[in-house]
Design a protein around this ligand. Structure first.
Ligand code: PYC
Length: 403
């Protein structure tokens, strides 16, 4: 039934933990909630989602809402393409307006080398059936008429990788729509419930300890973005992950004049204009490891300097707010997804700055893994064991942030 006046209950948070669940999902962000949503397709409803803060308070609420699939490796491009395709139908599936705008995505090239790399990416994408093209400065100007593309800048624009299916989506709406579906499917959502320990017996996790009591679990999923290595350590296992912050900020709303996502790897910026008119801008990942989600002055200086070179019209726009999110980085900048050495403990980790883009496909794949016990082919390349067999999937430098 369509619910245009939002009469349907969004969700009711659970208060009491049961002593046992078939599936315990740690992390109430986009991956955890998407998994609960897709578990419905397998008739699995005895599910608890444990979130230490409010739902969507981690990476799901701290990203810059960009979706795309123009990755560098065939494995990555194929995987994120499946995610974009799910996102295309997700609003209808959830009966929730996600404000998905497939306005297109431009990765600017400022050197011969960058043009060569973009041509290579376009070719990898094309072979996967993904719309991704190398374009020259005139076409760039057509797509972003308000952007300054003149020659007298620090980094003149030689061309771009243009990816028409890319775009932006309302990140909070994704969280809310998935949470409603998970709730309607019977999953319990427990906000403000922190996991404090995992009890392991041999190759299995038997008990999840929380600040609200202990629960037994058939399967445990670690969907905690920045905190994934901390949770893994509770299970007495290590993930090859370092945790960094990624900073972003947003201006006050201005009249619409940009309807394509603009990314520059050389200038380390990505810029889009939201449906509210705000310019949403982000920078590269900070090179030091930390869990302190605080902005730095350097970030604001570098980001605004580079943004103003591209969009001098924003000179008087005020910044409304800035924030930082946690990114857990794997050695090859690809995720660590699926089974671990612990039989009933699966992970969705190591997303770096790509996690939000992958939410629906992660949910679908993890739900299939839980239901069948088998790793779906699409995610086999992202198994943890690749770091032991030396079969890396390098997505290094596949974004303005991953250098
Ligand atoms: O990979 O598109 C990307 C991205 C944007 C912001 C952070 N990562």
């Amino acid at each position: 039934m369509r619910d245009i006046f939002r009469k349907r209950r969004m969700w009711k948070f659970a208060t009491e933990l049961k002593p046992r669940y078939d599936v315990v999902i740690i992390g109430g962000g986009s991956h955890g909630l998407a998994t609960a949503h897709y578990l419905r397709e397998h008739g699995i409803a005895d599910v608890a989602i444990l979130e230490k803060s409010y739902i969507g308070s981690g990476a799901a609420g701290r990203n810059t809402t960009i979706l795309r699939s123009n990755y560098k490796t065939p494995e990555g491009a194929r995987f994120y393409d499946a995610s974009v395709k799910l996102y295309e139908g997700l609003g209808a599936d959830l009966d929730f307006n996600l404000l998905f705008s497939q306005c297109g995505h431009l990765t600017l090239a400022h050197s011969d080398r960058a043009m060569f790399v973009m041509a290579n990416r376009a070719e990898v994408n094309r072979l996967e059936g993904i719309d991704s093209q190398l374009i020259g400065p005139d076409r760039v100007q057509e797509l972003a008429p308000a952007m300054y593309v003149g020659p007298d800048t620090t980094y003149p624009i030689m061309g771009a990788l243009y990816h028409p299916p890319g775009g932006i989506i309302r990140h909070d709406a994704v969280v809310w729509g998935l949470a409603r579906s998970a709730f309607e499917g019977g999953a319990e959502i427990h906000p403000y419930t922190e996991v404090t320990g995992l009890r392991r017996q041999g190759d299995r996790i038997t008990t999840v300890e929380t600040d609200k009591g202990s629960i037994e679990a058939g399967v445990v999923l670690n969907c905690t973005a920045g905190w994934s290595s901390v949770i893994a350590e509770m299970a007495e296992m290590q993930l090859p992950i370092t945790t960094h912050i990624l900073q972003a900020c947003v201006t006050e709303p201005v009249k619409p004049f940009l309807d394509v996502v603009v990314v520059s790897s050389q200038m380390h910026v990505y810029i889009s204009q939201s449906d509210r008119g705000e310019f949403v801008m982000g920078s590269e990942i900070e090179p030091w490891t930390t869990y302190r989600m605080q902005n730095t002055l350097n970030f604001l200086q570098d980001l605004t300097r580079h943004t103003l070179e591209l969009f001098p019209q924003l000179e008087r726009a005020r910044l409304l707010r800035a924030w930082a999110g946690l990114c857990d980085l794997s050695p090859d900048y690809s995720p660590i997804l699926g089974k671990t050495e612990i039989e009933n403990f699966h992970v969705s980790a190591g997303w770096g700055t790509y996690g939000f883009k992958a939410a629906p496909i992660v949910g679908k794949m993890l739900a299939e893994l839980v239901a069948t016990g088998k790793t779906p082919e699409l995610i086999a390349p992202f198994a943890l064991e690749r770091f032991y067999t030396d079969e890396l999937v390098s997505e290094l430098a596949a974004a303005a942030v991953s250098h």
